[in-house]
Design a protein. Structure first.
Length: 707
């Protein structure tokens, strides 16, 4: 880190007032960079990059990714503010009026409210991995210090912001809500502005009826997105402002519990001002003891050029490179094809009590089909379900133990996962240590490759800032302590669906709704915000009812597999041997599933990892044709998942996105339902291609490749 300290004889103090704001980011193709300038009254000072001393100088820093450019400026008289937030290739500035960086206006000490008088202490820039700007503040009256880190990472995506408040005084200090972002924006006047957000579809009992929300922003618009890890259908902590599908801005939070508030006003006619505050819940309060530091929930702001899919594609590139477990990025074999043994190893259909007598035959069956992981789900342990205790295998159901089960899977080339849940309190060191020790047992004694969380024994995290913080600290420590540690995220099916959790989880059990239609709805909603390789589809054919076994026939199994394999695939079905109450699979059915698995691993998985994703169909509803498109400009390859549910229309014209208009593409259909054909990118993205599928509840994969 480069630091050049400066000192001045008369420190400037700033009294802060509450601020409110909005932040987002835009897409372009510039290298990550920072520029800064300084103007001071001392002629010999042509450079300003400092830390530690109050500053009376004009300074400016510009950070940029390929898609987002953000400028922070201090004029020497007021605290730093964002003066520019834009796409590098587009002139529009979302912060045409300076947007002050949020700092607490007051605290409570000895029962009295004490106003703050913040001093800007300086800045430091680190260019070793993109550009990281750290701003420092102090308030002598309250003893508080604050560091605010702004990080533009290499490549596409947003700029991340993370702040830490520290009580450097001698007395406890009560702090109120400190936002992550408080951005004050002026909306473009060139087109209608819409606010987008997305439901997490978590929990059983039905999905969010709409899933994807986009509403016109007018002068009286107000919305609060309250993310709660224990609430069904809670919003994903991401807000997007889209200007007529041409460009926009988004802000997200890396935390499992908190709020994003959007509000708009229209002061003069024709002008629309929008603020976004994000981070903790609005009524948050905490007491910092002397020496204690407080982590403000991190967040990110980005801009993009294009429509809502352009926003998602930019964000997903950032998540892949900088905000998911390294194992996913480093191994091209992710996402793996998983079989959840909930039904196949259960004592009966829908049993919450798996046994090894069903497990070993399942491994024998799934290996030749090409599956790569097995997850032993709820109920394998000795403690009664819902009771707290150590993860000891039930000696009657698992006489050989879990280590033997893992060894058997490993000998067949299958990765082995174990579900585990308990009641421990993540706000306490003792609770974190107890849960961590139990999770370590899964890896160190049972040779598990993955731990899958859930809340049948108690919440993974409670709806509380400190619980979330404690849980993250526990998972981060396990990542350091256990070689190849992996967490598969589930809390009543997809309720902990946020950027802080998914930074740490290899994938999320997307929802406790299990039908093909539900899987496609959930994926549609969540894939606007998250990378698809972390979105685990899981199929048990019936809503909220894993005791329904399998769809019958090769075509039905293919459609089922495709419905849950648009991201990370997982069966929750009976075993092919028929040992759990269903007739054994036919050879035709086995061959169909093996072919689906092979196609996924060889042709689709590279696209899920690297391609852009486009929502070219409406949200699935059981009547209209639905699906998604992947296209990787680097390889010129893509695929369209096509599902024809209970639709009377045998032919649908499908319009693609993202293609090179001047190139010719070769199109082919996996099942041969339509003839192969060559078409130009121009034709495919304007007129589209008519596709015919006969019957109902059928599917197809349309592959295309640049010639």
């Amino acid at each position: 880190m480069r630091v050049i300290p400066l000192s001045f004889p008369h420190p400037k103090r700033f009294h802060t007032t509450p601020t409110c704001g909005f932040a987002h980011r835009i897409a372009t193709r510039l290298p990550a960079s920072v520029t800064w300038t300084a103007r001071v009254a001392i002629p010999s000072l042509a450079l300003l990059l400092l830390a530690g001393s109050p500053v009376q100088a004009e300074q400016q820093w510009t950070l940029a990714t390929q898609d987002t450019s953000l400028t922070i400026r201090s004029d020497g008289q007021t605290l730093p503010a964002i003066t520019q937030l834009k796409t590098p290739t587009q002139p529009f500035n979302w912060t045409s009026q300076p947007s002050p960086l949020p700092l607490l206006s007051g605290v409570v000490r000895d029962g009295q409210t004490v106003p703050t008088h913040w001093q800007f202490q300086g800045a430091a820039v680190d260019n070793s991995n993109g550009t990281r700007l750290t701003l420092r503040y102090a308030d002598d009256a309250t003893g508080l210090t604050m560091t605010s880190e702004w990080w533009a990472r290499p490549g596409a995506g947003p700029i991340r912001q993370a702040s830490i408040l520290t009580n450097a005084g001698r007395s406890p200090v009560g702090i109120p809500y400190q936002p992550t972002f408080a951005l004050q924006l002026t909306a473009p006047q060139t087109g209608a502005l819409q606010a987008w957000h997305f439901a997490n579809d978590g929990g059983g009992g039905g999905l969010d009826p709409q899933g994807v929300y986009h509403d016109l922003v007018t002068g009286d618009f107000h919305r609060t997105l309250h993310t709660d890890p224990n609430a069904a259908n809670s919003p994903i902590p991401l807000a997007v402002l889209d200007s007529a599908g041409n460009h926009g801005l988004y802000v997200g939070t890396e935390w499992s519990f908190g709020d994003i508030q959007i509000a708009a006003t229209a002061p003069p006619p024709g002008q629309l001002n929008v603020t976004i505050q994000s981070g903790n819940i609005q009524n948050f309060q905490a007491t910092l003891q002397p020496g204690q530091a407080f982590t403000v929930p991190p967040g990110f702001v980005g801009t993009y050029r294009g429509d809502i899919d352009a926003a998602g594609n930019s964000l997903r590139k950032y998540l892949f490179q900088h905000s998911m477990p390294a194992a996913l990025r480093g191994d091209p074999g992710y996402p793996k094809v998983q079989w959840n043994a909930f039904t196949a190893a259960g004592k009966g259909p829908g049993s919450w009590d798996p046994a090894e007598k069903g497990f070993y035959p399942l491994i024998d069956d799934m290996t030749p089909l090409g599956f790569e992981e097995v997850m032993i789900d709820v109920g394998w342990w000795q403690t009664a379900l819902g009771q707290d205790g150590d993860p000891n295998a039930d000696p009657q159901d698992w006489p050989a133990g879990m280590k033997a089960a893992a060894d058997y899977a490993h000998r067949h080339g299958i990765r082995f996962g174990l579900y585990w849940t308990d009641k421990q309190d993540m706000t306490t060191p003792a609770g974190r240590q107890t849960r961590a020790d139990r999770i370590k047992k899964l890896f160190q004694q049972y040779s598990a490759d993955m731990w899958r969380s859930d809340n049948t024994g108690g919440p993974v995290v409670t709806s509380d800032y400190w619980s979330v913080k404690g849980f993250y600290e526990m998972v981060d420590a396990l990542q350091q302590q256990i070689p190849n540690f992996q967490w598969e995220n589930c809390s009543s099916g997809g309720r902990i669906k946020d950027f802080g959790a998914m930074k740490r989880a290899v994938k999320i059990f997307n929802s406790d709704n299990f039908s093909e239609l539900s899987q496609r709805k959930i994926f549609y909603d969540s894939s606007f915000a998250f990378h698809p390789m972390q979105l685990e589809g899981h199929l048990a054919t019936a809503e909220n009812n894993a005791d329904t076994l399998r769809p019958k026939g090769a075509a039905a199994l293919k459609s089922a597999f495709r419905s849950m394999s648009m991201g990370a695939p997982e069966w929750v079905l009976d075993a092919p041997n028929g040992g759990n109450g269903n007739a054994p699979w036919t050879d035709e059915e086995k061959q169909a599933v093996a072919a689906c698995v092979n196609t996924y691993k060889t042709k689709i998985r590279p696209l899920i990892r690297n391609a852009d994703l486009y929502h070219i169909f409406p949200r699935p509803d059981g009547r209209v044709w639905d699906g998604i498109e992947y296209y990787d400009p680097a390889t010129g390859k893509g695929v369209v998942y096509i599902f024809k549910p209970d639709s009377p229309n045998d032919t649908q014209t499908i319009t693609l996105k993202g293609l090179d208009a001047n190139q010719t593409y070769r199109l082919s259909f996996e099942d041969g339902s339509n003839p192969d054909v060559d078409k130009s990118g121009q034709e495919l993205t304007t007129a589209g291609i008519p596709v015919t599928l006969k019957g109902k509840f059928v599917s197809e994969l349309l592959f295309f490749e640049k010639k």
